[in-house]
Design a protein around this ligand. Structure first.
Ligand code: MBD
Ligand code: FE
Length: 283
């Protein structure tokens, strides 16, 4: 990276993720606030904390350090990052237990709605000098009976060759490597982009500092985020990974599933091509 470019700071990407989450409230349903439900879930969470304290004889200095850390997560806007890295995968697991069709996985903190609508065969918006190996993802959207779904939306977003997302890093232009691809009459799509790099949780914020303090690693394997929508069908939110990629077996966000790993082939011209078909169940 050149010295004139700004690096995204933890506070910068955290604050943007907090803003994006606040703005997204409308497209998410309201939660069940039945007092019995609130009491059952919150009591279970508190019991888990209490038993960790007893089991490990947590000290007053540790308790006060935890308070300071929680305050910092809020102040830097890192709650969406922390929640999606360490907790979302279990919510996704219980939500998708009965789901048929393509496997979903976590959405993460970096989705932005209302991106450029693109034809079924397209290139994602990118900088003139975008770094990275050319990659084509092609496939078909079908229902679970195998009927192709024309006019379905393949909403895709991913990190650049340095692991940064547009909208959450100051040096990446708005809308970069994001788009809503509309399938053709056969439900097909072919998306030209570049190979994303693995993603590292910012090391200068409270989430990164906790990871370092625990001696864990801050990496997610390289991935494409994809949300597939079709009228009358259940929207699927998922990610696709790359066979042989670093961190595939130790994703800090625990969001890799074996069904979601692509095996791109070099087409002889330096472009990697991968095929993936999506199957949506009825809404
Ligand atoms: C990411 O890119 C991501 O996908 C998740 C789930 C969490 C943090 C960053
Ligand atoms: Fe991501």
């Amino acid at each position: 990276m050149s010295t004139t470019q700004q690096s995204p700071t933890a506070a910068g990407s955290g604050a943007s993720a907090t803003e994006a989450f606040r703005a997204s409230k409308e497209r998410r349903g309201g939660a069940n606030v039945d007092p019995e439900r609130v009491s059952a879930v919150v009591a279970a969470i508190l019991q888990g904390v209490h038993s960790a304290i007893r089991e490990h004889n947590v000290t007053y200095p540790e308790f006060q350090a935890a308070k300071a850390w929680l305050m910092e997560v809020g102040e830097t806007g890192e709650w969406p990052l922390f929640m999606d890295v360490f907790i979302e995968h279990v919510v996704e697991e219980v939500t998708s237990e009965q789901q048929q069709g393509t496997k979903g996985t976590i959405e993460g903190p970096y989705y932005l709605p209302d991106q450029a609508r693109l034809e079924s065969t397209c290139q994602l918006p990118r900088r003139d000098d975008e770094k990275g190996t050319p990659l084509v993802l092609e496939g078909q959207v079908r229902d679970i009976d195998g009927t192709p779904l024309a006019g379905a939306e393949v909403d895709i977003w991913h990190a650049d060759d340095d692991g940064y997302y547009s909208g959450f890093a100051p040096q990446v232009p708005e809308g970069n490597l994001r788009g809503v691809v509309v399938t053709d009459n056969d439900g097909r799509f072919a998306i030209g982009t570049i190979q994303p790099a693995p993603y590292q949780i910012p090391t200068d914020g409270p989430t990164g500092k906790l990871i370092e303090a625990a001696g864990w690693h801050p990496w997610r394997p390289a991935h494409l985020h994809i949300m597939v929508r079709a009228e009358g069908h259940r929207t699927i939110t998922t990610q696709l990974y790359f066979a042989g990629g670093e961190w595939l077996d130790s994703d800090v966000a625990e969001a890799v599933k074996p069904e979601l790993v692509l095996e791109p082939q070099d087409d002889g011209s330096g472009t990697r091509r991968a095929t993936y078909d999506f199957e949506l169940e009825p809404a």
